[in-house]
Design a binder for this molecule. Structure first.
Ligand code: LCS
Length: 398
């Protein structure tokens, strides 16, 4: 565990947690322990490591010093006891499902979450006797109504991908715990800079580090952070056997990215506030969803309580619906037409035909993902360039 935990503020933790100058040569940047296996000094030592009687590395699928630096860094940022880095965000999601659910169990989850996180429950875990119900978890009454005697897990994205619905984590964790269930929160959309779900009662928080945490569109990865040691041990045993662990080179790139996480999140959020205002005032736009534009007093109070800022994801629909959306997306140049989010580059995409295309149209519409919805992930470009491009794209539709 990082020696920095609890001693420093978040911006400092991004840069230092889990890392200290290398004791051998004093290298300030983390060394990459690019090795699959670790030699034992003796058969006695090998046996002691396998028996868990002696700390130390064995084999990179089971643990690696570079990967551990990243795990300690994110555990510190999320205020957890420990973390597990995974090959992708989906490896984090699927490993948690696999470790915590079994035949006869039921899950309540956010209806508008990242398409594959939902689809593997509906399609794959259903084959193993796990049932699931999808509701707008931003509506606490809907969470309670979906509950069943065998509900073991409440799985929440907040804000949801791509509808940006905000869930009350304190209310949900109190409810889940009163029923003997766990709360997992996918915190990918805000990052630990803007939201720390473990503070609000979540048992596990996970991320696609592909997004804000790495931030440079050059790595896929995931991470799972735990409030308690026993859950960490349970999930670690499943992850190391299933094999979705992170490679040390991948971990090193993410360690490099996370150093600027706080700076990037704040810069992209400032741009997003301006972009949301522009969209909201433009005649070509039918509606805009952005937590910073929330009008409902109860939701505004929740956002102020739970989030340190509205983030940099915006969803909107154009007056001309799907056709206008297509024209807008095909006409952009600075805004890259690409899935993914949370990087320094601004990206736009069309969830109905891209990230959420695997969902049935019926479930997609029920989750609020309309055919014409456009998702914008605002990056760190100069605000004038960004707003100019956005405005020109919208003006072309007039
Ligand atoms: N959780 C959320 C909230 C996500 O947005 C994604 C990916 C994942 C988990 C899975 O992470 P991955 O395996 O891709 O690292 N979201 C994507 C998106 O919205 N566009 O492209 C990928």
């Amino acid at each position: 565990m990082s020696k920095h935990r609890g001693d420093f503020k978040t911006d400092t933790l991004c840069i230092h947690a889990g890392q200290a100058p290398d004791p051998e040569f004093g290298a300030v940047a983390a060394p990459i322990y690019q090795t699959s296996t670790f030699a034992f000094a003796s058969t006695e030592q090998g046996a002691a490591r396998f028996a868990g009687k002696e700390a130390g590395y064995i084999y990179t699928r089971l643990g690696n010093p570079t990967t551990k630096m990243l795990e300690d860094n994110i555990a510190a940022l999320e205020e957890g006891v420990a973390a597990l880095a995974t090959a992708t965000g989906m490896a984090a999601v699927s490993t948690c499902y696999f470790a915590l659910l079994g035949k006869g169990d039921h899950v309540v989850a956010s209806s508008a979450m990242y398409g594959p996180s939902r689809i593997i429950l509906e399609r794959d875990f259903a084959r193993f006797g796990v049932a699931s119900s999808f509701v707008d978890t931003g509506d606490f009454e809907a969470v309670k109504s979906a509950w069943q005697p065998n509900t073991k897990l409440l799985y929440v994205e907040t804000p949801t991908n791509p509808t940006l619905s905000i869930t009350d984590l304190a209310a949900c964790s109190a409810w889940a715990h009163s029923k003997g269930a766990l709360l997992i929160v996918d915190n990918t959309f805000l990052s630990p800079i803007l939201q720390k779900p473990l503070r609000h009662g979540a048992d596990i928080v996970l991320h696609s580090v592909t997004k804000f945490i790495n931030g440079h569109a050059d790595v896929v990865g995931g991470i799972i952070v735990f409030k308690e040691e026993n859950l960490f041990k349970k999930v670690r045993s499943v992850l190391t056997h299933l094999g979705g662990t992170m490679d040390p080179h991948q971990a090193w790139l993410v360690l490099r990215g996370v150093k600027t996480l706080a700076l990037r999140v704040r810069a992209s959020q400032e741009n997003a506030r301006l972009a949301a205002e522009l969209l909201a005032s433009h005649p070509a736009v039918e509606w805009v969803k952005y937590p910073g534009l929330e009008k409902d007093p109860a939701k505004k109070a929740l956002i102020a309580r739970q989030m340190a800022g509205p983030g940099s994801l915006i969803s909107f629909e154009l007056k001309g619906g799907v056709e206008a959306g297509r024209k807008f997306l095909d006409g952009t140049s600075l805004l890259a037409l690409a899935v993914s989010l949370g990087g320094v580059e601004t990206l736009v995409q069309h969830p109905a035909s891209m990230t959420h295309a695997g969902m049935s149209r019926e479930s997609r519409l029920a989750a609020g993902i309309s055919d014409g919805l456009v998702r914008l992930s605002v990056g760190c470009e100069d605000k004038d360039d960004l707003l100019k491009e956005l405005k020109e794209g919208l003006d072309r539709l007039a």
